[in-house]
Design a protein around this ligand. Structure first.
Ligand code: ADP
Ligand code: F6P
Length: 472
């Protein structure tokens, strides 16, 4: 199935590496990339998740799973604080999610970011052979392509951004934004989740840097012409559907049905991140109970929200806000028999998540801004075609483009809009649920983790073959 394999080994770099097995760890990148790499083989390099005195100079930690070699290095405490907590998640993450109000800009963060990008490129270069093809992932490593060129590596280097790229008017607020984007142009192929993200990036090149849009897929800056295109990421849809039909998942569903005593369950599954719109979602659920009181005692919201980046204040504030809100709503509406909102911060296996999705009448996916949102696709893949649930989806999720024809689309900032969609979802007749489900099933099973990977790599390997030299 892998037509590219013979043309050179695939070497992937991302901040987190693996695991390839079902670990109960949250995060779209690990899930999407893990699904794709498992089938293809290669090297997956990145941070070990540990800090040590040697940091990025530490010995490689190597592990093999199937055809994939997982290679990791540590960071020092300081590197981790300023690179991961600082530039990646205090500067870039909020900025890329259109949240200038939360973005912090500190020179030492930027210095750490440049240092880590340079160090990771240097370590990566020691793993590389001449024929290798390198694929770098996400906002942590915008400059690794540039740094890798400095080491003399001549093979194709691709980059995929898993999160949004904001309009140039927002990105320009980043100190040294021009130099970051100029550095990115050393990649040969840059992939985005949506056409909107791709357009925003290309507009930065043309409007802010005086570059040129050569054609639909190519953009030029100085003497570099690169491919910039949308490659929406997907899930291992068949695998997830199979999990949802497994005996374990069905047993879990049965247990949940018994516990629910005929009530409808609405489910939200998100890392505890302000981009996911979780407090806004709870306010919408509050509005549902106020405006449509017939749902009191009849509908339960299960919010699975694994803790994320808890070392950062904005994330701790969010947790507090969420707990207060849930406490308030449960206090106001709860009865001896019924708790309106349940929040769980623990990790689940994918099998358990699949079972929970299948048991839930509504999947509530309402990010304020999201690159793609794999949970939306997982919810669809997990449904029982005979009796499917309804997806309520934010128009600001990357997944909106593919799923809007079947989902109930909402503005997550408007609690009345989301409450109305919830009411429609819990009262929707079976025939309409089935029709909507079939409409969503098609794109979820067509654009998968595997097809995403194959499409991107076909473009990248074409660079090597000279089929697409990038020359205008
Ligand atoms: P992000 O990459 O921003 O976290 P996505 O929705 O794209 O958002 O991907 C999140 C992934 O993490 C999904 O595959 C989801 O199933 C998984 N996930 C979310 N919560 C949990 C949890 N509690 N346990 C295990 N996996 C989780
Ligand atoms: O999808 C965006 C992303 O930042 C991924 O890179 C990452 O795997 C996931 O969210 C979880 O974030 P973190 O690695 O910071 O826990």
């Amino acid at each position: 199935m892998d037509t590219n394999k013979e043309k050179g080994r695939l070497v992937v770099l991302s901040n987190r590496v693996g695991p390839l097995s079902d670990s109960g760890k949250a995060g779209g990148l690990a899930v999407g990339l893990g699904d794709a790499l498992r089938r293809r083989g290669g090297i997956w390099f990145g941070w070990s998740g540990k800090t040590s005195e040697q940091g990025t100079f530490s010995a490689f930690d190597r592990e093999t799973e199937g055809d994939v070699e997982l290679v990791r290095v540590d960071m020092t405490e300081q590197e981790n604080t300023d690179f991961y907590g600082g530039y990646a998640n205090t500067t870039l993450w909020p900025l890329m999610h259109y949240r200038l109000d939360l973005a912090g800009f500190e020179r030492r963060f930027e210095a750490a970011y440049r240092h880590i990008n340079q160090r990771m490129a240097a370590r990566l270069s020691t793993l590389l052979e001449e024929d290798d093809v390198v694929w770098v992932h996400d906002y942590h490593y915008l400059l690794v392509g540039h740094e890798l060129r400095e080491t003399g590596f001549k093979g194709p280097i691709g980059f995929f951004l898993h999160i949004p790229f904001p309009p140039p008017e927002i990105f320009a607020a980043l100190p040294n934004a021009n130099s970051i984007v100029r550095g990115m142009v050393d990649y040969d192929v840059i992939g985005f989740q949506t056409e909107r993200d791709c357009r925003n990036f290309c507009r930065y090149i043309t409007d802010e840097l005086g570059g040129e849009q050569v054609d639909e897929a190519r953009v030029r800056l100085g003497d570099r012409t690169i491919i910039a295109k949308a490659y929406p990421i997907g899930i291992d849809a068949e695998g997830f559907e199979k999990l949802a039909r497994s005996a374990d998942a069905l047993a879990l569903r049965k247990k949940l049905y018994t516990m629910l005593e005929g009530r409808h369950q609405v489910v939200g599954v998100d890392r505890l991140d302000y981009s996911k719109g979780i407090p806004e979602r709870l306010r919408a659920f509050d509005e549902l109970l106020q405006t449509y009181p017939e749902n009191r005692g009849k509908v339960t919201l299960l919010q699975i929200a694994p803790l994320s980046r808890a070392e950062l204040e904005s994330y701790r504030d969010l947790r507090r806000e969420l707990e207060e809100l849930a406490g308030h709503i449960n206090g106001a509406f709860g009865t001896l028999e019924w708790t309106p909102i349940r929040i769980m911060t623990r990790g689940f296996t994918r099998r358990a998540l699949a079972g929970i999705c299948r048991a839930s009448r509504v999947g509530l996916v309402t990010p304020l801004r999201d690159g793609m949102n794999l949970v939306a696709k997982e919810y669809v893949a997990a449904q029982d075609p005979e009796n499917p649930g309804v997806l309520v989806l934010s128009r600001f999720a990357g997944a909106a483009r593919e799923l809007q024809a079947g989902a109930l689309m909402v503005n997550p900032h408007d609690p009345g809009d989301v409450a109305g969609a919830l009411q429609t979802a819990v009262t929707m007749p079976l025939a309409e649920r089935q029709r909507r489900f079939e409409t969503m099933r098609e794109p979820v099973f067509r654009t998968t983790a595997q097809s995403w990977c194959a499409d991107f790599l076909a473009e990248l390997y074409a660079f090597r073959a000279g089929d697409r030299s990038g020359a205008a």
